[in-house]
Design a protein around this ligand. Sequence first.
Ligand code: NAD
Length: 509
Amino acid sequence: MNARPAKNIDSATIVGHFINGADVADSNRPEAITDPATGEVTRHVAMASKQTVEDAVAAAETAFPAWRNTPPAKRARIMFRFKQLLEEHADEIVAAITNEHGKVLDDAMGEFIRGVEVVEYACGIPELLKGEFSKNVGPKIDSWSEFQPLGVVAGITPFNFPAMVPMWMYPVAIACGNTFVLKPSEKDPSAPMLAARLLKEAGLPDGVFNLVNGDKEAVDTLLHDKRVQAVSFVGSTPIAEYIYTTGTANGKRVQALGGAKNHAIVMPDADIDNAVSALMGAAYGSCGERCMAISVAVCVGDDTADTVVSKFRDEIADLKVGNGTDTSNDMGPLVTKAHHDKVRAYVDLGVEEGADLVIDGRGLSVDGHEDGFFLGPCLFDNVTEDMRIYQEEIFGPVLCVVRAESEEHAMRLIDEHEYGNGTCIFTRDGEAARYFADNIKVGMVGINVPLPVPVAYHSFGGWKRSLFGDLYAYGPDSVRFYTRRKTITQRWPSGGVREKAQYTFPSNS
Ligand code: NAD
């Protein structure tokens, strides 16, 4: 399997793939993985060739017939065992997230637990797969609908939730009777790899779950392989759109979740102290690298904006930035040097565009971590609609304050924005909150809740260019996404009675 070792790289430290129930070593086009807190290269990850991905798809296709016919209760039992194993290995997985992504350990544990909750949901698959039955739809005729698995399905995931986002996909897909090929982010591949081995330990038959590391070559192979029936994608909007158009053009079912620019409205009557605390976590938690992060605070009225900005100054002064492994820190580094430079360039751009940089995180240096990819929290005031820092997703610790005249004005800004992932409103006025929730053109809405990420038994998805496709991730929508409805109509005629041909369309007339 593509064993052209890279120069000066110890092949034992190259993360390979997991295919047909076994680790597969590979040293094809190794990419460096860095510890973002120190800037040190800690290991490499192989970029799967077309052949390697096709091997994974072949393993998944071979495993499908037996897995599809395995009773759902037995599939659920494997999910129960998988959940137990995940919990036993939680610290190891969470440490891998922090070492490769950079987020602080508590935050990594938070994403891990939200992922495990989807496994818990998948444990209920016998109930979730129950079909629909109608007796006597016609004379002595019964009819039922059942939900059959699709076959081989693929998942392609982003760097920012290396454990949770893959778990949005494969637990339910597998529990429904599909087989799976995961292509996680090449920036932090270790957490999903650890989970892959635990699936095997939980008793999952070989080939039901496969993992290939890689880049565009691996993704394009999955998108063009006729054996792959469906693709779930989470990542940035340009790639989500590409995945959706290419996958659907190739006849696949596709759900592709994209980027975001989530606005929070702060109304004049809000509990401003609590709104600012909530926004601190939502804007700067995980260094702003969350698709549900709040990146725009729309303050209604200048008095509200002045108070919010002044309270942010105080709160930001207390925010501790450093290595995510130090549990006293609130915020870690950005994921890579390239991403750090991109976010920093957006801060430079905001200054050029004329926004007021109230808090400038660009000068931050963390003692003993001078080569880490740290950027301190940044706060812009007087940001306007025409600025690129308002229009584009920055995906870093940069919060833009926009001043609006009224709730309607604030809502118009949100509705006219390209993205529609999450939003929230801070207010004490139930009528204003209800009007907002009812009318805003966004998929996930919080009322005094800054990160309204649905729990595992609801479903996650945005509107507008934050989601391409019709069905959301995890929860009830995922059971529909990973199954195909079949409706069977059945009749057992009485033996020996000759029946006349009927040329009218069958009805209960
Ligand atoms: P990304 O789009 O760069 O990468 C996502 C996946 O696509 C990775 O596995 C990557 O290897 C692959 N990929 C990258 N470029 C590709 C190409 N040209 N062709 C084919 N495949 C390609 O995203 P990222 O930087 O890893 O993650 C951050 C983005 O993900 C942000 O935009 C964030 O908003 C978004 N995100 C969205 C959600 C959501 O639920 N809507 C959740 C998490 C992250």
